[in-house]
Design a protein around this ligand. Structure first.
Ligand code: ADP
Length: 557
């Protein structure tokens, strides 16, 4: 082999720090607090990251130690995003919405040595502190002096700002780190079995965030202001903070103020250009913005994913507020962005925008990013063609796709043969544009034929009176399974099951039409804000699902 003569420059997060310090020192990070917003420049943040690095050393954090965070999206969390991997340790972002027993499991499994916790979340963490003996220190993060009573709730708790003050000024000598070294750890929410750890490397984080800068992906640039609503404890907030450090986009972080009203105010005052979050938060924001005449015009390009993005949601945002929402698909195991949907249709042309074709294209999950390879695998292990019709389980491989779970042999079958079996069922067209039909565990098989719950939900949610829709399989003697559609109606709406069926009739195959609806008050959500069909299925089998109505009879089931 004739070896290429190029430098072997390591892909590590140190380069992100360098970009922030030396290329984009004036870019800004703004955090919403109870007292208004607080802003720091990337240059100032780098100085604090140096202090934090020294403080981590003073706490005895060594190479490869796991450092937990229990925090919302805010400046201090971002400082930890940079400092922890750059001292050679592993940033473990804990999902603050998990049940206590899951947190105990995850902290113990990761063997977190230190946990950094927002002062607003101390009361959530304190009750489990006695059960996680691996944690030697807690560091409480907040503005001003932390109330001693708050500190006393956690054993040996220290104040973040005190630590930084004591750490002193000046540059920190960062150790050199191999690009394959672990940088961050994130557990999947574990819809079945125990949560599983995905251990990102410096290299995978660097490559993933570089790819998300592409204009066919998130397209983040130095002129953007990114409102990061997707939690920093959920798959690294989709890599947006890392990507911003590379390109110098400003960051706007909402901390714990995730309701539509504070978000709307933040958008009006900070005028972000990009926002990333799951569909349920976009839907809340849309309702609020419509009712309160909110100016969303600064948002030109938004990223949405985590579950299928309803066509109608994208259409309403675009037509009523001029906001374009693009869909991404991925999972914790894929860093998370694997595909991105930037359809080629001419978006400026109003007529083309009104066409169903255009919205069908917009509702797809998109094409794989460069370096992500994708295939669809059928029931018998055969590869399915990309013909727009054939469905199969999505398998992916690439430099930011997990090769195994951290210290956990269960689930190893997902990684067979160098591909990750994602558990998502989809078809793809001739140009590899993906359309998810279901998660394997959510599929409905009626009379031997698949019904896509994702597509049915999409179509039901296109009804103007429907706020949320989740379709689950109901056991059926004749057909094996039939779709049961759980809907949340707009307040005051009297739309009937029969009317919903009439709405669906021209939109889906006849045998897809649900023969039963459940009118519920809210679709239960997971810790990251997705529809939790597991809970709905449990209610159905325990016969506690409210508001069930048989189509035609309109009587209660
Ligand atoms: P969890 O498994 O706990 O939900 P993830 O956040 O990693 O954790 O979820 C990944 C899953 O979310 C994917 O496997 C897929 O089922 C779903 N998902 C993500 N993005 C989309 C999308 N754009 N459309 C449909 N489903 C999506």
């Amino acid at each position: 082999m004739l070896e290429g003569l190029m430098q072997d420059y390591p892909l590590t997060l140190h380069h992100m720090l360098h970009r922030m310090r030396d290329v984009h020192p004036d870019s800004k990070l703004t955090t919403l607090t109870a007292q208004g917003t607080r802003t720091a420049s990337f240059g100032e943040i780098c100085e604090r990251v140096d202090r934090l690095a020294r403080a981590l050393r003073a706490l005895g954090v060594a190479d490869a130690d796991r450092v937990g965070t229990f925090a919302w999206n805010n400046q201090r969390h971002f400082e930890l995003y940079m400092a922890v991997p750059c001292v050679g340790a592993v940033l473990h972002t804990l999902n603050v919405r998990l049940f206590a027993e899951q947190l105990v499991y995850i902290i113990g499994h990761a063997q977190d040595r230190v946990i950094f916790v927002d002062d607003s979340l101390v009361d959530v963490l304190a009750p489990i502190a006695a059960q996680v003996s691996c944690v030697r220190n807690y560091v409480v993060m907040g503005d001003g002096e932390i109330d001693p009573q708050t500190l006393a709730k956690l054993p040996g708790a220290l104040s973040y700002e005190h630590l930084l003050e004591q750490a002193g000024e000046g540059p920190f000598e960062y150790p050199s780190v191999d690009e394959r070294q672990a940088a961050a750890l994130c557990y999947t929410s574990g819809t079945t079995g125990n949560p599983k750890g995905v251990l990102y490397s410096h290299r995978s984080v660097c490559l993933h965030s570089t790819a998300s800068l592409m204009s066919d992906a998130l397209g983040l640039s130095s002129t953007d202001r990114a409102l990061v609503v997707v939690p920093m404890f959920h798959a690294n907030a989709w890599g947006i903070p890392h990507a911003a450090s590379l390109c110098g986009a400003d960051l706007v972080m909402p901390d714990r103020f995730l309701q539509a009203q504070p978000l709307a105010k933040l958008i009006e005052s900070e005028r972000p250009t990009i926002m990333g979050c799951v569909p349920t938060i976009f839907a809340d924001l849309l309702r609020y913005a419509d009712q309160n005449d909110v100016d969303l015009s600064s948002l030109t390009n938004c990223a949405c994913g985590g579950s299928a993005v309803p066509r109608q949601l994208m259409k309403d945002f675009q037509q009523r507020h001029g906001v374009r929402i693009y869909q991404a698909w991925g999972m914790t195991e894929t860093s998370p962005v694997a595909t991105y949907s930037r359809p080629p249709a001419p978006p400026e042309d109003a007529e083309a925008q009104a066409q169903d074709d255009y919205w069908d294209a917009r509702a797809r999950q998109g094409t794989p990013l460069p370096w992500v390879q994708m295939r669809l695998v059928g029931d018998n292990g055969q590869q399915m063609p990309f013909d727009g019709l054939s469905t199969g389980e999505i398998e992916v491989r690439g430099p930011w796709i997990a090769a195994a779970y951290y210290n956990d042999p269960t689930g190893a079958e997902k990684f067979d043969g160098g591909w990750l079996a994602t558990g998502d069922i989809a078809c793809a067209d001739e140009r590899a544009s993906l359309q998810i039909t279901d998660r394997a565990k959510d599929v409905i098989k009626s009379g031997g034929e698949w019904i896509s719950s994702v597509e049915l939900e999409n179509q039901v949610m296109a009804h103007p009176d429907v706020i949320e829709a989740a379709v689950i399989a109901k056991p059926d003697q004749k057909w094996a399974e039939r779709p049961l559609c759980c809907v949340v109606l707009r307040e005051g709406s009297t739309v009937s099951a029969q009317q919903l069926v009439e709405h669906l009739r021209p939109r889906v195959a006849k045998w897809w039409l649900p023969d039963e609806f459940a009118f519920i008050e809210e679709v239960p959500k997971t810790s990251v804000g997705k529809f939790d069909k597991k809970v709905l299925r449990a209610r159905l089998s325990e016969d506690t699902l409210q508001g069930r109505v048989q189509v035609g009879s309109e009587g209660r089931v």
